[in-house]
Design a protein around this ligand. Structure first.
Ligand SMILES: Cc1ncc(COP(=O)(O)O)c(C=O)c1O
Length: 702
C-alpha cells in the first residue's frame, strides 16, 4: 500500500443489498485492470480491500464491515488525500459516508451528491423486501434500524438521475427537503447546470462533500453490467463531464462508485467506464491539486483563493492549467492596469534586468532620478520617496506627517494625531491595521500605535469636529476600494481640503488603488480639483510585473526627512524604476486614462441595465465598479465562484460587494463579452437557493 499517493482507492467487496451478490467481485476486477494498465503509481494507490461475505454474515459482521470501511475513509480524509471507494453494491455507502462525516465532524457537516437510478431510501418500516442493506441513503439520513446519528443532513444532500423508486421513499426524501433531480429533468436541462446547483448545495455551509455514484444511474446501453439496470439513464459522457466538474472543487473529499457486476460485463463497456471515471478523478486531481494542495499545505492560511490555478496572462485575459480562458475583471487589485505581459513592459523589465537590477540607495542609479522627475511632473508634487508596497507608502506618509507636526507645525513631542476614516483599507502593517475598523484585521494583533482618530467616511463636518491643535494630518481614500467601492458624496474631498487648509492640517490621499488612471483621472482626487499635501501610489505603478510604491509630497512636508530617517533596501531599485517609467509613458501616451473614463461609464451603464434580483446597487467611477448584492441571497464569494465558471475573474469585497476593475486597456467588445458572461452567471445564481456562507468562506483583501 502506497499511503503517499493523492488518491487512495479502497475496495468494498460487498453484495448485501443487491439481488445479485456477484458485484462483490467488482473491486478486484477493477484493481487487476488498473495494475495491468500500470495506473497504480504516483497519483493512484490501492489502499486495501475490505470484505464481507453476504451469504453467512451476521448483523455484527455487517456493522464491523461498515466500521472498517468508515475508518479507512476517515484515515484518507485525515491525511488530506482523496478517496475512491469501489463497491460492491451500494450498501457500502453506509460505511463510506459515515467515515467521511466523522472525519469532517470537527470542521462542519458533510455534503453529498448521490447519483443513482434508485432512491435507496426505504426505512425498515417501509421496505418491501425487508432487506435493510438496500436502503443506505435512509440509514445515512438517520432512518436505518441502528439508531445511529445521521451522517448527512437533508439540506446538504441531493439526488441526481433517479427514475425507479417507491412512493414511500420519495415521500420521506421530499418531507426532509432533499433536492431530487429525476432523470427526465437531468436529460431536459443537461447535467452541467444540474451539477452546478448540486455543488452549490453540497458545498454551502459544509466542511467538504462527496459524490456517490451508483452505476445504474447510467443508461444501460452504455453501462449494462449493473445488477438492476433501468432504461433512460444519464449518458456515460455526461457523467464523466459532471465528475470532471466536481473534481475541480477543492472541497471534494472523495467519490464512491458502486454496483459493478463484472459477470455481466461481456463487452467490458462498464469496466471501461469505471476506468474512465477513475482516470478523470486522478488526472484532474493531479493537475490542479499539485498546485492548490501545495499552497494549502505549505503556505500560511492568510488567503482563501478561488479554486483556479492560473498559469498565463496576456492583455485582459488569463488562462488556467486546463487552458480555460478568463477575462480578468480584478487586475490583481488594480495592479495590472495595463494588462498582463504588456510587451513594452516585459521588454523594459528584461533589458533593465540584464543591465542592473538592485543596488540599494547607498548609491545613485541612472533610473531613480528620471522616475522621480516624471512622477513629480505628472502629479504636481515636489519630491517623491520610493518604497515597494502600498502599505509601506502609507507608513512613509504617516511618519512624514508626524515629523512635520513636530518640526513645522509645533505640536508637542508625541502628541501628534492623525485622523482617518471608518471603513478604510490602507494595508496590513501594525500601524495601518490599528486604523482599521474591520474586527478581523485587528483581532489578535494589538496593541496598536496611539495617535489615530477615526471619523465617518464621507462626513466633512465630522472631520472638522475631530480636528484639534495636535492634528497632523487627515488620511483618506478618494474612493474606498476594499471597503466596498464606496464613493463619498460629491464635494466631500474638496470640503475636506478646505478644512485641512483652514486648520493647518495635512491632507494625505491614499491613491494606491485609485491612482494612475483607475477612476478615469490620473489621480482620483483631481475629480474634485484637489491637490493634497501628499499622496501614496503603488499597485499599477509596477506595470503588473513587480512591486513599487511611492509617497509624493510638497517640499515642506518631504523636507522633514534627513538621511537615515527612513528607507528600504529595495525601494527605488533600478529594475522597478525602469518598469515604472515605462508604465507611466504607456499610460499617458496611450490615452488609457481617458479610455478608462469613457469605458468605465460604458461598463457601469451595461451593468446597470442587467441588474436583476440579486443586485442591490451598482456604483463606481472609471473602471472601478462595485456591484452590491442583496443580503441573504447568494453570497459574494459564491457568486465569484459562479462567475469563475463563466470565465470571469473577480473578487468579493466586504462580503456583499463584487468588484469589476479590469485592466484599463479593456475594449468595448471585451466589456460586452464580460457583461454577457456576468448576466449568465447572475441568472444562474438567481435560480439557486439562498446562500448559507459556510466556514472558511471569508473575504480577504489585498
Ligand atoms: C487604498 C490602499 N492602500 C494601501 C493598500 C496596501 O497595498 P499593498 O497590498 O501593496 O501593501 C491597498 C491594497 O489594497 C489599498 O487598496
Amino acid at each position: 500500500m502506497n499511503t503517499s499517493c493523492r488518491i487512495q482507492l479502497i475496495g468494498a467487496a460487498c453484495g448485501l443489498g443487491a439481488p445479485d451478490p456477484l458485484c462483490a467481485e467488482g473491486p478486484e476486477r477493477v484493481r487487476s485492470r488498473l495494475i495491468a494498465r500500470g495506473r497504480l503509481r504516483e497519483t493512484l494507490a490501492w489502499r486495501e480491500t475490505i470484505r464481507v461475505d453476504a451469504s453467512d454474515a451476521s448483523d455484527a459482521d455487517l456493522r464491523a464491515f461498515a466500521r472498517k470501511l468508515g475508518s479507512a475513509v476517515s484515515a484518507v480524509c485525515a491525511a488530506d488525500q482523496r478517496f475512491v471507494v469501489l463497491g460492491g453494491d451500494h450498501s457500502c455507502a453506509v460505511g463510506t459516508w459515515s467515515g467521511a462525516a466523522e472525519a469532517l465532524a470537527a470542521r462542519g457537516p458533510l455534503g453529498l451528491i448521490w447519483i443513482d437510478a434508485h432512491m435507496d431510501a426505504h426505512t425498515p418500516r417501509t421496505s418491501p423486501s425487508g432487506n435493510r442493506h438496500g436502503m443506505p441513503l435512509a440509514t445515512l439520513l438517520g432512518y436505518g434500524d441502528d439508531g445511529a446519528r445521521p451522517a448527512v443532513l437533508p439540506q446538504h444532500l441531493c439526488l441526481i438521475g433517479v427514475r425507479a423508486f417507491e412512493v414511500e421513499e420519495e415521500q420521506l426524501l421530499r418531507r426532509l427537503g432533499v433536492r431530487i433531480y429525476r432523470s427526465d429533468e437531468v436529460l431536459a436541462r443537461g447535467i452541467d447546470s444540474i451539477m452546478e446547483e448540486a455543488l452549490q448545495r453540497a458545498t454551502s455551509g459544509t466542511a467538504g462533500f462527496g459524490l456517490s455514484i451508483d452505476l445504474d444511474a447510467v443508461d444501460p446501453e452504455q453501462a449494462p453490467a449493473v445488477t438492476t439496470p433501468v432504461p433512460n439513464g444519464i449518458g456515460a459522457q455526461a457523467l464523466l463531464n459532471a465528475l470532471a466538474r466536481a473534481v475541480d472543487e477543492p472541497a471534494l473529499i472523495g467519490v464512491e462508485i458502486a454496483e459493478y457486476n463484472p459477470h455481466r460485463d461481456r463487452e467490458a463497456r462498464t469496466g471501461a467506464l469505471i476506468e474512465a471515471l477513475i482516470d478523470t478523478i486522478a488526472d484532474a486531481s493531479a493537475a490542479s491539486d499539485s498546485c492548490m494542495s501545495l499552497e494549502q499545505r505549505y503556505c500560511a492560511r492568510n488567503y482563501a483563493p478561488l479554486p483556479v490555478v492560473l498559469t498565463r496572462g496576456q492583455g485582459v485575459h488569463v488562462w488556467d492549467r486546463a487552458g480555460r480562458r478568463y477575462i480578468d475583471m480584478m487586475s490583481a487589485y488594480s495592479a495590472v492596469s495595463l494588462g498582463h505581459a504588456h510587451p513594452r513592459l516585459v521588454q523594459a523589465l528584461s533589458e533593465q534586468a540584464r543591465r542592473l537590477g538592485v543596488v540599494s540607495r547607498a548609491y545613485y542609479s541612472d533610473r531613480l532620478g528620471p522616475l522621480a522627475r516624471r512622477l513629480c511632473e505628472l502629479t504636481g508634487f515636489d519630491r517623491m520617496l520610493p518604497m515597494n508596497t502600498g502599505a509601506e507608502a502609507v507608513e512613509t506618509a504617516l511618519k512624514a506627517a508626524r515629523k512635520w507636526a513636530y518640526t513645522v507645525k509645533g505640536v508637542a513631542e508625541d502628541r501628534a494625531q492623525i485622523i482617518h476614516c471608518a471603513g478604510n483599507f490602507h494595508g496590513r502593517t501594525i500601524a495601518v491595521i490599528g486604523m482599521s475598523s474591520e474586527a478581523q484585521y485587528r483581532h489578535g494583533f494589538g496593541p496598536f500605535a496611539p495617535g489615530f482618530v477615526a471619523v465617518p467616511y464621507g462626513d466633512a463636518a465630522a472631520l472638522e469636529r475631530a480636528i484639534t491643535p495636535d492634528t497632523a494630518a487627515f488620511l483618506v481614500e478618494p474612493i474606498q476600494g476594499e471597503g466596498g467601492i464606496v464613493l463619498p458624496p460629491p464635494g466631500y474631498l474638496a470640503e475636506c481640503a478646505r478644512l485641512c487648509r483652514e486648520h493647518r492640517v495635512l491632507l494625505l490621499c491614499d491613491e494606491v488603488q485609485t491612482g494612475l488612471g483607475r477612476t478615469g483621472s490620473l489621480l482620483a482626487c483631481r475629480h474634485e480639483r484637489v491637490q493634497p499635501d501628499g499622496i501614496m501610489l503603488g499597485k499599477a505603478l509596477g506595470g503588473g510585473l513587480l512591486p513599487i510604491s511611492a509617497f509624493l509630497a510638497r517640499e515642506e512636508l518631504m523636507n522633514v526627512f534627513t538621511p537615515g530617517d527612513h528607507g528600504s533596501t529595495f525601494g527605488g531599485n533600478p529594475l522597478a524604476c525602469a518598469v515604472a517609467l515605462e508604465t507611466l509613458d504607456i499610460l499617458v501616451e496611450g490615452g488609457w486614462i481617458e479610455h478608462a473614463a469613457f469605458f468605465g461609464d460604458y461598463l457601469l451603464h451595461r451593468l446597470q441595465v442587467l441588474r436583476g434580483p440579486l443586485v442591490r446597487a451598482i456604483r463606481g467611477r472609471g473602471l472601478f465598479v462595485g456591484v452590491e448584492l442583496e443580503p441573504g441571497r447568494v453570497g459574494a464569494r459564491r457568486l465569484c465562484e459562479i462567475l469563475l465558471r463563466h470565465g470571469i475573474l473577480t473578487k468579493d469585497t466586504h462580503e456583499t460587494v463584487l468588484r469589476f476593475a479590469p485592466p484599463l486597456i479593456i475594449t468595448r467588445e471585451q466589456i460586452d463579452e464580460a457583461v454577457l458572461a456576468i448576466a449568465r452567471a447572475f441568472d444562474q445564481a438567481a435560480a439557486l437557493p439562498p446562500d448559507d456562507e459556510g466556514p472558511g468562506r471569508r473575504r480577504l483583501a489585498g
